[in-house]
Design a protein around this ligand. Structure first.
Ligand code: UD1
Length: 343
């Protein structure tokens, strides 16, 4: 472990960014959080401070603003950056593709350019299982071919992976790791940080917790006629604290100069496929609730099933998902209750 080193976290006030900040601090790193608060709240940084007891540096910066970003690189001494700052709604990206390409790619290229300019070596990029599309063989390994993206959002993940790969190959001092997340869910056990989507949630677990809180009338289960055991889609739901710890393992690997290649990719999931109905009934049973739901039409763009082969992350990063789904779903509800002041 490399203590007292500093990590820059772009998008560190967001859902995965804030949990990662906590785990990095717990592991002995200092963090500098930058975020433009376009889809996050500064209270998340207060949550990080409360949980860790550390006075975390936080600056409101848009990573698309190269001048402001250069100032951050001038002001703080760090070897590694974790780049989370991005838009992430699939449907919105279909309606506003330019906004997605502009924001997600310009911000990432600015980060890489600054790393090169300031001789900072290590870039960790938030990629997604979306790059696998509808894979022929399951579970997917890092060698499973990527499929053409079905949304501009997914395309920005693929293009950013390619940018990182090319830059690692071309620039001597630049090293990169892409973590392909499966479905991040849950919240910190303190219930001080968690997922807080604006508007109607697109993702399953926030929709479930908001339905439990009475904010949504009922959950729509998108399709029960897939070729899966109960007819609903299968996903690999990874606890956000476990996911955050995978970032610590990846940063350790980079800062300890243990990488086998200049650019590496890891799947970050549990390796367990869970159906929508299984997730719903587990949520109900661990939290002692019953939720109104209906079976609705398939959602366009959904793949029937995807889950991770996590052997590479397990063996090479020495990281494994640990938190049982039951605890993750209890934490998700505890967080929602905290946000909504439900006793
Ligand atoms: C989506 C994105 C993924 C992104 C992830 C972020 C795609 C195709 N998907 O994954 O890239 O990283 O969000 O977490 O790019 N469901 C319902 N009812 C709902 C909401 C969801 O039944 O109200 C079902 C969906 O049909 C799906 C499962 O729940 O089978 C999970 O959906 P969701 O949480 O939106 O994640 P993904 O679509 O898998």
């Amino acid at each position: 472990m490399s203590s007292n080193k500093t990590v820059l976290i772009s998008g560190g006030a967001g859902y995965i960014g804030s949990h990662t900040a906590v785990e990095l601090i717990n592991a002995g790193y200092n963090v500098v959080i930058i975020d433009n608060l376009s889809n996050s709240e500064k209270e998340a940084v207060d949550g990080v401070r409360k949980i860790t007891g550390k006075d975390v540096v936080f600056e409101i910066v848009d990573t698309c603003d190269k001048t402001a970003l250069r100032q951050i690189f001038k002001s703080y001494d760090f070897d590694s950056v974790i780049h989370f700052a991005a838009y992430k709604a699939v449907g919105e990206s279909m309606a506003e593709p330019l906004m997605y390409y502009q924001n997600n790619l310009v911000s990432f290229m600015n980060i890489v350019e600054m790393m090169k300019e300031f001789n900072r070596p290590n870039i960790l990029f938030s990629s997604s299982a979306t790059v696998y599309g509808e894979a022929e063989n399951l579970p997917v390994t890092e060698q499973t071919p990527r499929q053409p993206a079905t949304s501009p959002y997914g395309n920005t993940k693929q293009i950013a992976e390619d940018i990182l790969h090319d830059c690692c190959r071309a620039y001597e001092g630049v090293h990169g790791i892409a973590l392909r997340y499966f479905n991040p869910i849950g919240a910190h056990p303190s219930a001080l940080i968690g997922e807080l989507p604006r508007g109607v949630p697109n993702n399953l677990v926030p929709f479930i917790t908001q339905t439990a809180a009475g904010i949504r009338k009922e959950l729509s289960v998108f399709g029960n006629d897939y070729d899966t055991p109960d007819g609903t889609c299968l996903r690999d739901y990874i606890d956000v604290v476990d996911l955050a710890k995978a970032h610590v393992a990846a940063v350790n690997r980079m800062t300890d100069c243990k990488m086998d290649a200049k650019y590496e990719i890891f799947n970050i999931g549990t390796g367990n496929p869970i159906s929508v109905l299984e997730l719903l009934t587990t949520f109900e049973s661990v939290n002692n609730l019953k939720l109104p739901y209906k079976i609705a039409a398939r959602r366009s763009g959904d793949v029937p099933a995807v889950w991770a082969d996590t052997s590479r992350a397990n063996e090479v990063l020495g990281w494994k998902a640990e938190r049982p789904l039951r605890e993750t779903l209890q934490a998700a509800w505890a967080w929602e209750k905290n946000v909504r002041n439900i006793k």
